[in-house]
Design a protein around this ligand. Structure first.
Ligand code: G4P
Length: 527
């Protein structure tokens, strides 16, 4: 029998889309996010999201270092409604503030939007983030941005998607000219032109046409651009991949859209198509099997912990992705790892910069839980059941520092701090053989800076960080590994669980170690 709650869950789940935007800094992620929020009416003024990047922090109570640098240290969540859908955007920070949080956020998304600068193509950070999405097999939608500027040939960009990322593509629309000559896009599915007007127009001018060879296309695009468009579309129809929804959902084919975020061109078309094609909140694996979002009992997992959102109190916020059931403020749930019931009293939801108290929430939503120090990354919460969701992956660090304390008398606080911050997932700790030195690994430089800052302000410990030359870490699984005989240029260490990890100074050192140890497996994340 279908209960009322099941019906409600079905409706709420069907409405929701939870995604992250992946891109390299400067591709236009802030701009695109802002335009999307504007469509949803979540913000009234352009510049609201952008303000976070600048050093205006009048209303912000984020941690000190964030203010100093005028950036957002950790990713946040934004929610808005659009035409019957509830959209959750998970922000993934870029640049120096790139951190493991960035990767982990992707585990809470059901799909990703890959934003690419038309002049630059696939850049390093996009590549890294893409790999994480690929591992999870989530659908990826591509928005090629800045068509108002001179850029690379669109075919060349699609080839790059395939060669560099290994994903095939299906252009949903196709640009007519670029840069100064950019006059809009041709929508392949709807057979219509969307005309570029050059500035921030909310309403797009659309002209229905009968295929690319409709005289109206020639009239609007001019002889030269029309000829090019006609040839391009023919080539796509004949030699391109057909649209295949199954492949899209498996992350094997990416629907591609062209536009110009800053001019608000192509954003609405993108949003509307995305909402149609992107998956609703997906089930998650657990020790109790697959948990469907429409399961009546509430469950969820913590994917990120952010410290000191309000420095006046030493509080932390644990970000919970709801997997199943209905969340209600004040409900009691089981904290599975510690085996205790806890009351979720002050949950927060995120709307651009403001944090609001949330009364109810559904699968796919992210809520922020006040954390007096009881949560760890990956913790599962459930309505009375022994559900433990699959462990979140540990990502291979790329920057390493030896850590020690300036004042040896503070050893106890030092160990406590390192331990807690490791649990929070801010750093990874490795120990060398012999001297038992501590080496910390991170994926972004800012993690070290935040670590120094927090060790001082929260634990009263000054630390010394000595950068190490390693570039790669690999978990080594081998029955007969001999720590003494490991290749030079590299070091064998242990992680917190005692797994062997090789730290390598160069790709060459890594490769030769792999060759010299044919029986060993070299893994990019902990086994
Ligand atoms: P990010 O979050 O990915 O780092 O990128 P962001 O949105 O901040 O955009 C980076 C720059 O690219 C900004 O310019 C932004 O205005 C510009 N941009 C975004 N979309 C488009 C587009 O469609 N066309 C063009 N021509 N530019 C675009 P800026 O000069 O760094 O900042 P600002 O002075 O505009 O604030």
């Amino acid at each position: 029998m279908t209960t009322q709650l099941t019906k409600l869950l079905e409706t709420e789940v069907a409405k929701r889309r939870t995604f992250a935007i992946i891109s390299h800094p400067d591709a236009g992620k802030t701009t695109l996010t802002e335009k999307l929020l504007l469509f949803g009416g979540a913000i009234r003024l352009a510049g609201t999201v952008k303000g976070r990047k600048a050093s205006k922090h009048a209303t912000s109570d984020w941690m000190e270092i964030e203010k100093q640098r005028g950036i957002s240290v950790t990713s946040s969540v934004m929610q808005f409604d659009y035409e019957g859908h509830r959209v959750n955007i998970l922000d993934t920070p870029g640049h120096q503030d790139f951190s493991e949080d960035t990767y982990r956020t992707l585990t809470a998304a059901d799909s990703a939007v890959m934003l690419i600068d038309v002049a630059k193509g696939v850049e390093t950070q996009t590549k890294k983030l893409f790999q994480v999405c690929r591992l999870r097999g989530i659908p990826i939608f591509t928005f090629i941005n800045k068509l108002d500027r001179e850029g690379r040939d669109p075919f060349e960009l699609l080839e790059e998607l395939e060669e560099v990322l290994g994903i095939r593509s299906y252009p949903m629309n196709w640009p007519i000219g670029s840069g100064k000559q950019f006059c809009g896009v041709y929508d392949r599915g709807k057979s219509q032109l969307e005309l570029y007007q050059g500035d921030d127009h909310k309403d797009i001018q659309v002209r229905k046409v009968d295929g690319v060879d409709d005289p109206l296309v020639k009239q609007i695009a001019g002889e030269f651009l029309h000829k090019q468009l006609s040839q391009d579309i023919e080539l796509l129809d004949v030699a391109g991949d057909p649209f295949d929804m199954e492949k899209v959902l498996k992350g094997e084919l990416t629907p591609v859209f062209f536009g110009s975020a800053v001019n608000n061109f192509g954003v609405q078309t993108f949003l509307e198509n995305f909402l149609q094609l992107a998956p609703k909140p997906e089930p998650r694996n657990s020790t109790a099997g697959v948990i469907e979002p429409t399961k009546e009992k509430f469950s969820g997992y913590v994917f990120k912990i952010q410290a000191n959102m309000n420095p006046a109190h030493r509080d932390r916020v644990a970000f919970l992705r709801i997997v199943s059931g209905k969340f209600e403020r004040g409900m009691s749930v089981k904290h599975v790892r510690i085996g205790k019931d806890i009351k979720l009293a002050q949950p927060q939801q995120f709307l651009a910069q403001d944090r609001d108290i949330v009364e109810t929430a559904f699968p796919g939503d992210i809520i922020g839980l006040f954390d007096p120090g009881i949560f760890r990354i990956g913790d599962s919460l459930s309505e009375g059941e022994e559900i433990v969701f699959d462990e979140l992956p540990t990502f291979s660090p790329e920057l390493f520092s030896k850590v020690s304390i300036k004042n040896a008398l503070k050893q106890k606080q030092f160990l406590k701090g390192i331990d807690q911050l490791t649990e929070e997932g801010m750093i990874q700790v490795f120990t060398t053989f012999g001297f038992e030195d501590m080496i910390l690994g991170v994926v972004g430089q800012l993690q070290f800076e935040v670590l120094e800052h927090r060790m001082r302000s929260e634990y009263g410990v000054d630390i010394l960080l000595q950068r190490q030359n390693y570039q790669f870490a690999r978990w080594i699984v081998d029955e007969k590994i001999d720590p003494g005989k490991f290749r030079i240029n590299s070091q064998l260490v242990k992680d917190k669980k005692g797994n062997y990890v090789g730290l390598f100074e160069s790709e060459y050192a890594l490769r030769s170690s792999i060759e010299k140890n044919p029986t060993a497996k070299f893994l990019t994340s902990a086994p």
